[in-house]
Design a protein around this ligand. Structure first.
Ligand code: MG
Length: 397
């Protein structure tokens, strides 16, 4: 089998790659809705891949992997990898998990992820109410995650920290600094109020930053030890920060019993090496659509497991094809897998242009592993074509 074309189009808000072969099989991969600018980044690899056998996934990846980097520059490489696995699975007539070593579980756990409701105000009462809503969702999530501190508009509150939050929609480098005593007290009160609602039925994880100074991160992590949080995510670095600072994380992690999590922005296994080998965090959270692909994520999960570190993959905006990739790889992960962040279709019509998803998708926080060949969820070209931009009209040709 040979690759004859590599295409990329926006479907709704999500960039989607299509790899075309000479045997009539196509493979798809989808990136986050937050990265609508990816198309030229994907297409730069077209010439490198045409003529290669897509079922030799690793050989194809060796040609392009060096051209990626930390988020968002790992996404084009990663979604090409998903499309290659999709083809390899379809060609072999098996779900992709079989090619990654086989599944070790028939259902995978997920947490609320992109199912979230904007907060009007940032008070303990409002955060408790938000948790009450998340607890009541029909998906029956047994873990929910809430954004707080620098990972939320809370940073714009008066005297929250000794700095001024950037007004841009991005988490900017201005959005960091020492917390005020008032800010720290508010955060601890919010945790208490949220756990009051969730009790021990539903685990609470917090997406926190990045932006904390290490001394505040430690004071907060210690203050919330009685609440048995699932994890504190990206306090020091993370999200779009193009470095890790494993040694600073290590000091924090080794000084508190509250689990510390990071890794959604990190590209490739090599950049998890210090974090894992020095036990600098308790939980790692690579995104299969940023880290270099699903096989890359599987490798990191196995290496983390060897070191007693847990795995909770990121995936907020990855859409329904990205969901399929998460399901396939998480079915194969060792016992350190906790749950992945649940992505939903950005527009409701996404569920009408794909086939293969269970209905309902999530029951009691779990998703049945999809048993169809390839990634298990496929675009229906006749249904999806109407959502292509005019310049992408030939995407399914
Ligand atoms: Mg996050």
């Amino acid at each position: 089998m040979k690759i004859t074309d590599l295409k990329c189009a926006l479907i709704g808000k999500n960039p989607v790659v299509r790899i075309v072969t000479d045997e009539g099989i196509s493979g798809y991969g989808e990136a986050e809705q937050f990265k609508p600018y990816l198309k030229p980044w994907v297409l730069q690899f077209r010439e490198s891949l045409i003529g290669e056998d897509p079922t030799d996934v690793e050989r194809c990846m060796l040609k392009i992997r060096q051209r990626g980097s930390f988020k968002p520059y790992g996404a084009p490489i990663s979604i090409i990898e998903h499309a290659l696995w999709d083809i390899a699975g379809k060609a072999a007539g098996v779900p992709v998990y079989k090619l990654l070593g086989g599944k070790v579980r028939d259902q995978v756990r997920t947490y609320n992820g992109s199912i979230r409701r904007p907060m009007g105000e940032w008070t303990p009462e409002a955060m408790a109410e938000n948790c009450r809503w998340m607890k009541s969702l029909p998906e029956g999530f047994d873990i929910v995650k809430q954004g707080i501190a620098f990972h939320s508009p809370m940073k714009k509150l008066d005297r929250f920290f000794y700095g001024q939050a950037a007004q841009s929609p991005f988490h900017g480098q201005m959005d960091q600094g020492a917390l005020t005593e008032r800010g720290l007290a508010l955060l601890v009160d919010c945790v208490a109020a949220m756990k009051e609602v969730l009790g021990d039925d539903v685990g609470l994880a917090l997406d926190c930053g990045p932006g904390w100074m290490p001394a505040d991160a430690l004071r907060f992590a210690r203050a919330v030890e009685p609440y048995n949080l699932m994890w504190l995510e990206d306090m020091l670095t993370g999200d779009y920060v193009p470095y890790v600072n494993a040694d600073v994380y290590r000091d924090l992690t080794h000084s508190t019993s509250t689990p510390i999590h990071t890794g959604e922005q990190i590209y490739l296994r090599q950049n998890f090496k210090d974090l894992i080998e020095s036990h600098a965090v308790n939980v790692v959270g690579p995104d299969p659509a940023d880290v270099g692909g699903i096989a890359e994520l599987k490798w990191i999960a196995e290496y983390a497991y060897l070191h007693g570190i847990l795995m909770a993959p990121h995936g907020t905006g990855n859409g329904v094809l990205g969901l399929a990739a998460l399901i396939q790889v998480c079915a194969t992960l060792p016992a350190n897998f906790i749950a992945f962040e649940y992505p939903t279709g950005h527009d409701p019509w996404w569920y009408e242009i794909v086939e293969g998803l269970p209905n309902p998708i999530v029951k009691n926080s779990m998703i049945d592993v999809i048993e169809r060949p390839g990634m298990g969820v496929d675009l229906i070209p006749e249904a999806a074509a109407q959502y292509l931009a005019p310049e992408d009209a030939g995407f399914f040709d």
